[in-house]
Design a protein around this ligand. Structure first.
Ligand code: IMP
Length: 208
């Protein structure tokens, strides 16, 4: 890789500010200028159709990398609850319908789980990241973290299902963890560290 003063543009194909923040933090220090869809005035939105997070991440990478010459990073992530056979899964963002928000999604999930004791509320977050350029996938990365869905929200950090995702090793929900602590163990943190190692080795070559 060349000098750290080079700023290579990386388009992060998400309109979720919570994800963008975590991705910026995870790639901090690399010679990248990280841009969101809004920075590039890209208003087209990919309508997810995949059955898995990886399918969606690849499809988003192919779609958004057509709009610029920059390296493009697409992300798809969500929560899978074992007792609900993997729900909300790829529907995590719109679990409560197309007008869903974090609060409504959490309310729906807690209602679906109301008859399950804590011992049956095992869950995992999954994150898939795909790096693409001009309509081609270069490489994908995956990360996951296991936890439990508690009955009431706790904490104010983070976004999405963080307030009800309890991470036993820290005895906290993800919303009770400051960002740097969540990143150490989260699905996105893990996938981002894999991506980071790949970029550290290959960034120069990817731009040839
Ligand atoms: P999508 O990847 O845009 O389809 O949205 C993923 C959804 O999964 C988010 O809107 C959140 O509801 C949930 N999600 C993904 N990652 C996290 C996380 O780190 N914390 C909490 N919720 C998350």
């Amino acid at each position: 890789m060349k000098s750290k003063s080079i700023n290579i543009k990386l388009l992060v194909a998400t309109s979720n500010p919570g994800k963008l923040k975590e991705i910026r933090r995870g790639l901090k220090g690399l010679p990248l200028k990280i841009l969101g869809l809004e920075d590039e005035a890209i208003t087209a939105r990919y309508r997810e159709k995949g059955k898995t997070f990886m399918e969606n991440a690849k499809a988003k990478g192919l779609f958004y990398s057509q709009f610029t010459d920059y390296l493009t990073l697409a992300e798809d992530s969500g929560l899978e609850v074992e007792a609900l056979k993997g729900e909300p899964g790829v529907l995590s963002a719109r679990y409560a319908g197309y007008k869903a928000n974090d609060e409504k999604n959490i309310a729906k999930l807690l209602a679906r789980l109301k008859d399950f004791p804590l011992s049956k509320r095992k869950a995992r977050f999954v994150c898939c990241l795909c790096l693409a350029k001009q309509g081609k996938i270069l490489k994908c990365f995956r990360g996951e973290v296991r936890g439990w869905i508690i009955e009431e929200k706790r904490g104010h950090y983070g976004f999405g299902y963080d307030p009800i995702f309890f991470y036993r090793p820290f005895n906290r929900t993800f919303a009770e963890l400051p960002p740097e602590k969540k990143n150490l163990v989260s699905h996105r943190g893990r996938a981002l560290r894999r991506l980071r190692r790949f970029l550290e080795k290959n960034l120069g070559r990817l731009l040839e």
